[in-house]
Write a protein that binds this ligand. Sequence first.
Ligand SMILES: C[S@@+](CC[C@H](N)C(=O)[O-])C[C@H]1O[C@@H](n2cnc3c(N)ncnc32)[C@H](O)[C@@H]1O
Length: 487
Amino acid sequence: MTVRLSQKEAGAYYTPNMVVAALVSWAVRRDGDRMLDPSCGDGRFLVEHSNSVGIEQDPVSAHVAIDRAPGALVHEGDFFQWAEATAERFECAAGNPPFIRYQTFKGAVRARALAFCSAHGAMFNGLASSWAPFLVATAALLKPGGRMAFVVPAEIGHAPYASPLIEYLVAHFKRVQIVAVREKLFPDLSEDCWLLYAEGFGGKTDHIAFTVCDRFEWSTRPPKQAEKVAVGEWRDSWNRRLRPYLLPAAIRDAYRAFADDVGGHRLSSFASVGIGYVSGDNRFFHLRPSEAQRWKIPASHLHPTVRTGRMLAQRAITPTTVAAWQRADEPVMLLRLQRGQELSASVRRYLDSSAGQEARQGYKCRNRDPWYAVPDVQVPDFFMSYMSGRSASLVQNTAGATCTNTVHSVRVRDRALAAKLLPSWGTPLSQLSCELEGHPLGGGMLKLEPREAGRLLFTPPPLAKKVNMPILEEGISIMQRWRHYGG
Ligand SMILES: C[S@@+](CC[C@H](N)C(=O)[O-])C[C@H]1O[C@@H](n2cnc3c(N)ncnc32)[C@H](O)[C@@H]1O
């Protein structure tokens, strides 16, 4: 029996007809051109050009495609398995690859996908989402001079796993154009989608044509207007990210002048950014003062903690902040027990309570010894928000508090440099830095992974004063519009 995957598991979001028609009419130049759609879903790309071949792993969709595009040849099954076996090569390819994140894109399909791509010179690691290997494998099935036109997730502009794909494209096509579209192509999806056009398979290029547009407009060819992004600059100056090119060159240059200036420093040059602890059961391990009193948990076993990013609304977390949380009876006291520690009768009673019986069944608790000792409890110098609305927060920790993995822990290594640079936090330069080094999360939110936070740019305030403020502020508002902040 074939088990049908959910829409999300299969990455099955179907493309609006206008987009399908635009991509196919560019990719197909002659009736005799044979077109490949590696993940054809219900056949909406195939129906636009009957001389085509579609692959679809979902049997129900594959049958819809067969009925809908009777002239096309539809294979039911895994595209990578088919790609390994086929000797057929195509003039063109078009479609919308499945967007399945690495947690779900696994097992034999992923192993085959990565092996196929590495045989063609594109090395993806286990964190790649499915769409990027799909595009490399599709390109590898083109004839010399072939073209492809695809919907791609906007992650192509920032995800580290997108860079082996972009490297592959510029090394194998004469022309590569990426069209960033701000308004959603798929209104029901939280991810934004952009468009990719590549032609002249077998050639190579040293730049990417990058087009920024507000909304998709139907046309049989990609927009003429495009900035030439030098591949060398994309690699060396922008850490292999295309998102900075959403900004006009003048704003990008202003930012880069600080990055290249001797006074400009990345956060990682004076501090380490990490994640907080994973308790395994937040409800059980975080007690309210009234609960701690009721269970007679000694104060020495309780540690004040930042449980969520919402607690970072101030500039510093001080003993007074913690006292206010405690007065409000907030669940902010982490039960902090060590391995091999003598436990009092009252603590043992709490561990054996029904909540404790339940907590120890959880995945994290089951896999550590003893189940109640939460590892990696650190006291950082600063907390930084992981997911932010308008802008990220950097909050000093003078209360000796710790934090869960919902916020970042920032530990200063070079105190002298930190003292010189940290006062520039909150300036337009540092806010623009968060927008450029972080990435959109959907729903208007900005996410900063620890590696992205480590790249945040700081300059001493005298240098920051030399900044052309209006230009940086314009940059911030452009980037916020691209992540749909404020609707
Ligand atoms: C984003 S949808 C696109 C469908 C169609 N091309 C369109 O744009 O409307 C991706 C499709 O890929 C299919 N798919 C997922 N993994 C696949 C695989 N390994 N091989 C072939 N198809 C796959 C899904 O079932 C889904 O129908």
